[in-house]
Unconditional design. Structure first.
Lengths: 347, 337
């Protein structure tokens, strides 16, 4: 019921994402924006519940494990699920068609299924994959590169502006909104001060999403650091990422957990966790909190966020409970305008 | 793009003496930044105020060279006016182009200074012709600087499908990560290349002689440790030695510089319009040495591409000023990936 159709946007420009635009939808087998989605669009700060999303799976898992994972996620209290391979084009346990099947399954379970595009585009075949996602005809797309934004805007489709588009100011936010973005994701390195300033400048219909839990995606490269660990070239990587469902731990020479190698992506070793900051997220009228999939305990963490949002658990209790489910120490420095690896307790 | 257009040599200037060194030794263009966080080399004692910029422009323009001004960090909601002010200052000074990364700022430049030529910075992370053409359509960019992630064949594909001039990095410090999409320094030190214009900043560095050897740290994180007799390098965080799965090695990249001198014939052949030398933070001597070698190489290659090979003396000269005294072809060479 929550399927977000790839709405054609009005020719006259402006006012994207308003409820009225859905009347122009050419997609008949798909409901218009859910009441929940509409309700969350306002900036009232009261009444509209914050939604929870599951970010794209960043690590590389065997095919069956991915299907099993999303079958489980279909039963969890997340409102939105981002799907697809965003890290490496060599990863092909699932093809775009498989991701569409999973999207359909989640749609039937009442989730808003969104297809995420690859972050680093290198080749014509990378572009072909994006075009396939853009042309899927049913599910909305999260653009993680300006090339994807161009392809979506050309087709006059509404879209989600992903965390790697580097939206740091109101001028850029309004520009992206004008191209059809109905939701944007704060760059993870930005914090509360930047968020609040942008919330004051965002277009009225724009939803804001914040990366709220997971190892931080910190960098992307053409080089594969997992292959490098095994003295392999990327083109002949033997798909070693499959051996590391949680990524490959990198520590300093004095034994401090520092980073996580995930193929061409580098993540933090610590786990970004904004459970303590949930009251601040709610006060800032954040529409969506994003939880990044983990190899284990994703469902438990989603439930902690749900109970914290619904004030069934205090942020402190939820945060304490979450620790046992995280693959590393917690951090939240970015939110507080500090080095990302820090954990700050004072609001 | 016409492959016949000459290849421009674009050289760095952190100071006025460096600008003059670049011009004197054969740069076609010099790029520089203002003395603040509006550019990606925001280091103490570096960069140009309005007077130095005016003098630099006089010097370069008198010799028919161009000056490009990098405004390639991302303005924030609370400091937006510093960036738009910098665009205004650049336009008023008469620079030949500004190098921008932020779409909002490009929109401002188009509206306020329609005659100002815009280049897309490497910090814009545009690696495909779709992304580059996007900036062309919306902001009429004239040139794009490619992140150091594509192979030469991939660069050629981009050039085939855009009217935007393509500039590539030819020499200097090597970002292993896609520029504009790296938060490693922000994560470790709180200083963000995207927003603050610096990576692994000196203020976060600590050198410490310990029983285990010389240790280099960034905000307390051990980046490397050197045995007696090992040459200790600056702790750029992606060029340190770390432990992965019981092996200790340069897990991300060795301390090394990009050097594409040997690729010049192909770079010219596929129609690259400009080649960029990294190093605004380096000395005028570095700028002079590197510019001189690249000028000679480009001239030799343009005269006779079939018989061009980099002279050993050129390579030796460049290796002398390279990080770690070694060089790599980076992503241009597929196995590097």
């Amino acid at each position: 019921m929550n399927g977000l159709p790839p709405n054609p946007r009005p020719e006259n420009g402006g006012d994207y994402g308003s409820p009225s635009q859905n009347e122009g939808s050419q997609v008949v087998d798909c409901p218009a924006l859910s009441p929940r989605g509409e309700a969350s669009r306002g900036r009232s700060g009261g009444g509209a519940p914050m939604m929870l999303s599951l970010g794209p799976l960043l690590t590389y898992w065997p095919r069956q494990r991915v299907f099993d994972f999303y079958a489980q996620m279909a039963e969890q209290p997340v409102d939105i699920v981002y799907l697809g391979e965003t890290v490496c084009s060599r990863r092909h346990e699932l093809r775009p068609e498989d991701w569409l099947d999973i999207a359909a399954l989640l749609d039937e379970a009442g989730k808003q299924a969104i297809l995420s595009t690859q972050t680093l585009i290198e080749s014509e075949s990378d572009l072909k994959t994006i075009r396939k996602l853009v042309d899927n005809g049913r599910f909305a797309v999260e653009a993680n590169d300006m090339g994807a934004v161009r392809l979506l805007a050309e087709k006059k489709l509404t879209f989600i502006a992903g965390p790697t588009l580097n939206i740091f100011n109101g001028e850029t936010l309004r520009f992206i909104a004008g191209l059809g973005a109905t939701r944007w994701v704060l760059p993870p390195e930005a914090g509360a001060a930047q968020l609040n300033a942008l919330q004051a400048q965002r277009p009225a219909d724009m939803q804001t999403e914040v990366f709220a839990l997971g190892r931080l995606p910190l960098a992307y490269s053409a080089r594969c650091f997992t292959a490098r660990r095994f003295n392999l070239q990327k083109d002949a990587c033997e798909f070693r990422c499959l051996d590391f469902p949680e990524g490959l731990a990198l520590s300093t020479r004095d034994g401090e957990a520092f980073l996580t190698l995930n193929g061409t992506q580098t993540q933090s070793a610590k786990v970004y966790n904004l459970l303590l900051e949930m009251p601040a997220l709610l006060a800032a009228d954040v529409a969506v909190a994003r939880i990044s999939p983990q190899a284990e305990h994703t469902a438990e963490l989603i439930d902690l966020f749900r109970r914290c949002r619904d004030t069934l658990l205090t942020p402190q209790a939820a945060w304490e409970d979450a620790r046992q489910h995280l693959p590393g120490e917690p951090c939240n420095g970015f939110w507080h305008g500090r080095p990302g690896l820090e954990q700050i307790f004072a609001e | 793009m016409s492959a016949a257009a000459p290849l421009e040599l674009v050289c760095p200037a952190g100071t006025l003496p460096a600008l003059k060194a670049a011009v004197d030794h054969g740069a076609d263009c010099v790029y520089l930044g203002f003395r603040d966080d509006t550019n990606a080399r925001n280091f103490n004692g570096l960069n140009f105020d309005d007077a130095a910029l005016a003098e630099g422009l006089r010097y370069a323009h008198a010799r028919n060279r161009k000056v490009l001004l990098a405004l390639n960090t991302y303005p924030q909601a609370d400091n937006w006016l510093r960036w738009t002010g910098a665009v205004d200052r650049a336009a008023k000074a008469g620079v030949d182009a500004v190098i921008l990364a932020d779409p909002g700022l490009m929109g401002y430049a188009r509206r306020s200074h329609p005659q100002l030529r815009l280049h897309l910075s490497v910090q814009g992370s545009a690696t495909s012709y779709e992304a580059i053409n996007f900036y062309r359509e919306h902001f009429n960019i004239q040139r794009a600087v490619l992140p150091r992630v594509l192979s030469l064949a991939q660069v050629a594909q981009v050039i085939d499908k855009t009217d935007v001039e393509i500039e590539v990095f030819g020499f200097g410090g090597l970002c292993v990560m896609v520029e504009g999409r790296c938060s490693l320094s922000a994560f470790t030190t709180g200083t963000s290349p995207n927003c603050n214009g610096a990576c692994s900043p000196a203020k976060s560095v600590r050198w410490e002689q310990t029983a285990a050897g010389m240790e280099t740290r960034l905000n307390g994180i051990l980046i490397d440790r050197y045995a007696d007799g090992e040459r200790a390098g600056y702790p750029t965080l992606c060029k340190g030695r770390f432990s992965v799965d019981d092996a200790t090695y340069y897990a991300i990249e060795e301390p090394t510089s990009l050097n594409t001198l040997e690729l010049l014939p192909q770079i010219m052949e596929i129609g690259v319009r400009a080649i960029k030398i990294e190093g605004r933070q380096r000395s005028p001597i570095y700028v002079a040495q590197v510019t001189k070698v690249w000028r000679a190489a480009i001239n030799a290659c343009a005269r006779d591409p079939q018989h061009y090979t980099p002279l050993p003396a050129w390579m030796a000269e460049l290796n002398k000023v390279s990080e770690g005294q070694s060089h790599t072809l980076g992503a241009y060479y597929r196995p590097w990936k």
